[in-house]
Design a protein around this ligand. Structure first.
Ligand SMILES: Cc1ncc(COP(=O)(O)O)c(C=O)c1O
Length: 376
């Protein structure tokens, strides 16, 4: 079924077409000069020291956890209201995920008080996720990580150019992970980025993304090197230059895209202000943010009621989603499950409304009317 208003619509234009054509004409389509250009531009836009382009944010999360050199039984505190990849990455390196609740319906990010309560002698790291691009309470989280000597990783998949007190998200912890999946703010189909302030981590991540090899094919093709050593058990987590070129085109358009999203978010917030039955999370936010998605939470609702409202919207041709089913409720995470009331409430009563920069005002007003009718 084709929806009248989809959840997301890609913002590609001539710049992306030209970028792809140029790479094809250059005849170098795997990791090469466009990756270098993308990494430089991304690091500069974020004020990060180092950036490494990767095949996905999942790869970035894996390598971020890998460079911490965790051991079996080490604990990593993670949110459950996130995409499953945030937590899977902890398991990839043999560590134990410890699920932490969110603050509540007004703020869907990880709760610093509960992080602190979950710390044990085996806790080694915290992974935070900046939901929809809104910052976690980084001041308190950085402070508690310092005090307990914990490493801090930011899953900033939703948050390119989002800020917390003047600092770009993803650059506050030891490592920050970004996604270029097709429905993200920066879209390349598949793709990701890892940023870090540590020269040592940067060097290791460069090795790990390409089989642990000391040189890339591009360097050998250009005569910069004639052979290579393999110094660590690495992966093929490289981004190809076709996608890197798309990412550069997308980054060029990102500030303008985010400005449109900020205006659309305000229009939603204003249009929904007289609706008593819902909470608009983060409505008091004053930070510049990426506005990756537009979530609402129904008041006094359960999953059945939420699904009824979603069905009403769907019948009106409006596509919605749920960000996210709680990870601790998935079958493979049963052994790690804890009681997380705020997360469980939002997983059952949350709805993600259509949101993308080309959404027209009349379409947005149509969604609001359809939501009012579905709630009535
Ligand atoms: C919060 C979060 N983390 C990680 C990922 C994984 O990103 P990727 O699809 O680039 O591997 C996503 C993507 O949906 C996400 O939303």
């Amino acid at each position: 079924m084709a929806y009248k208003i989809p959840l997301f619509d890609l913002n590609y234009g001539q710049a992306e077409v030209d970028a792809a054509v140029e790479v094809i004409r250059s005849k170098w389509i795997s990791t090469g000069p466009m990756n270098a250009e993308l990494e430089e531009q991304f690091a500069e836009m974020l004020g990060a020291k180092h950036a490494v382009a990767l095949a996905s944010c999942t790869a970035a999360l894996h390598l971020a956890l890998k460079v911490l050199d965790l051991e079996e039984g080490d604990e990593v505190i993670v949110p459950s209201l996130t995409f499953v990849a945030t937590v899977n990455a902890v398991r990839y390196v043999g560590a134990t995920p410890v699920f932490c609740d969110i603050k509540g319906c007004d703020d869907l990010t990880i709760d610093p008080d509960q992080i602190e309560a979950l710390i044990t002698p085996r806790t080694k790291a915290v992974v935070v996720m900046h939901y929809a691009g809104f910052p976690c309470e980084m001041g308190r989280i950085v402070e508690l990580c310092r005090r307990h000597r914990l490493e801090l990783i930011e899953d900033a998949a939703h948050a390119p150019l989002s800020e917390y007190q003047g600092q770009k998200l993803g650059t506050i912890g030891r490592l920050g992970c970004f996604s270029f999946f097709s429905n993200k703010n920066v879209s390349t189909g598949e793709g990701g980025m890892l940023v870090t302030g540590s020269a040592e981590d940067h060097q290791r991540i460069n090795l790990l993304r390409s089989h642990g090899m000391t040189t890339l094919s591009y360097e050998r093709a250009k005569g910069h090197s004639t052979s290579y050593d393999v110094v660590e058990l690495g992966y093929n987590y490289r981004l190809d230059d076709l996608r890197a070129a798309l990412a550069v085109a997308q980054l060029n358009g990102l500030p303008a895209d985010l400005a449109k999203r900020a205006a659309l978010r305000q229009a939603y917030v204003d249009g929904l202000a007289d609706l008593d039955g819902i909470v608009v999370p983060f409505r008091h936010n004053t930070e510049p943010v990426s506005n990756y998605i537009f979530p609402i939470v129904l008041k006094d609702a359960d999953r059945q009621r939420r699904d009824q409202v979603r069905q009403g919207l769907s019948d009106a041709g409006v596509q919605t989603s749920v960000h996210y089913p709680a990870v601790h409720r998935f079958s493979i995470y049963e052994p790690f499950a804890r009681n997380l009331p705020n997360t469980e409430y939002v997983a059952d009563a949350g709805i993600t409304l259509p949101f993308y920069s080309a959404l027209k005002t009349e379409e947005l007003l149509y969604v609001i009317d359809a939501l009012k009718a579905a709630l009535a």
